[in-house]
Ligand binder design. Sequence first.
Ligand code: GDP
Length: 300
Amino acid sequence: MFDTLSGKLTSAIRNLSGRGRISETNVREAMEEVRRALLEADVHVDVVSEFCEKVVQDALGAQVTTSLKPGEEMIGIVNQRLIDFMGPVDSHVMLVDPGPTIIMMCGLQGSGKTTTCGKLAAYLKNRGKKVSLIAADLQRPAAVEQLQVIANDVNTNAKGVGEVTCYAEPEKCGEYGTATGVAVGVCKRGVKQARKDKVDVVILDTAGRLHIDEDLMKELRGVQNTTKPHQVYLVIDAMIGQDAVNAAGTFHEQLATDGIILTKFDSDTRGGAALSVKRVTGVPIKFIGTGEKFDAFEEF
Ligand code: GDP
């Protein structure tokens, strides 16, 4: 998934290591190529600047300029900084015992949130869990039916001995926008039902918008305050590149998210969004989506 980016980084560093001598000037020159590679991969400009400056400082501090193998040292330094920027890697889904563990999914409309709820349910079914998907995206009437179809498909066709059901109140879509707290009510009753049914994991499919607005955030905070989720995951479309950073920043500020799921990695080979959203939120990227089917889902 990071093929283009790693190819460009390798050639930038190879140019440097091909030189007999190395100086502060050509460390900075090489970093210009690294900078270009990162920008072309759609990494956010502030993240790129911070990254490159840190690498230059590391290189000068490590006295790469007087080293006998400057190229190899530079590779080591860039590598270590990339690890620092992306780490710590943690794709573990924290589950509480006794259950149910409540996971709240949030993200912009079209980010792949509803699809990802199904993928996460399939992942947990394969680990023997009983999962309830709660249809709380009432903003988009079709989302309720979409989640019901997905739940049924995953329950029937996904691997594993677990079970996947869907809790929905489709008639509530009509009230959405005319009465406040409709989605909050659906979540509350869905969680109550899940407790009765001894479900292991509840996944809340919340509403999105095309852009972040205060009404959406108010609703999501309402859902969060009422259901007290153990984990809040933010679903981000990797293809939206730089915009991903702003969206991720706002969601994280408002909801204190615990993890990120990046979707549409099959369409985006540049990989820049991963570096940016990780840097801006500081929370781990848990999974990536690599297609439309429920099994196109990988631990990051
Ligand atoms: P929501 O509005 O955030 O709930 O978005 P949906 O789950 O309805 O997804 C929007 C579109 O993106 C649908 O056509 C999905 O099939 C598609 N989609 C979701 N995840 C992925 C992914 O990882 N790869 C690809 N190629 N498409 C995806």
